[in-house]
Design a protein. Structure first.
Length: 108
């Protein structure tokens, strides 16, 4: 499912070119929306209570850095809510990407 950039969720960004294409990776969409807000990863971390390292992993598509898909999807959903992107679209895209990511042993 692709994001409809005309949905009311994007009303705050009317007349602002976010540089987001619906074919972009979910992490890239999140990063661009965050940058359009003028927020840093530290700002997002503070408001969402998600560790910066996890937010950065999602932005870069490094899902193997996150212990399980449920965490990656949940973190991405929360991040999307904070930056005003459609949560379900981002969550579905992260879930699909996570399944394609080669798994590595978890390191703490």
């Amino acid at each position: 499912m692709l994001a409809n950039l005309n949905e009311p969720t994007f009303a705050a960004f009317n007349d602002v070119d976010l540089g987001i294409a619906t074919i972009d990776a979910p992490g890239k969409m999140l990063r661009r929306a965050r940058e359009a807000m003028g927020a840093s990863l530290a700002d997002v971390s503070l408001h969402t209570r998600i560790a910066e390292r996890h937010l950065e992993s999602i932005e870069l598509g490094y899902y193997s850095e996150i212990a399980a898909s449920i965490y990656a999807v949940g973190f991405a959903r929360t991040y999307a809510r904070y930056v005003g992107l459609p949560e379900d679209v981002i969550a579905d895209a992260v879930r699909a990407d996570y399944l394609k990511t080669p798994k590595q042993p978890f390191r703490s």
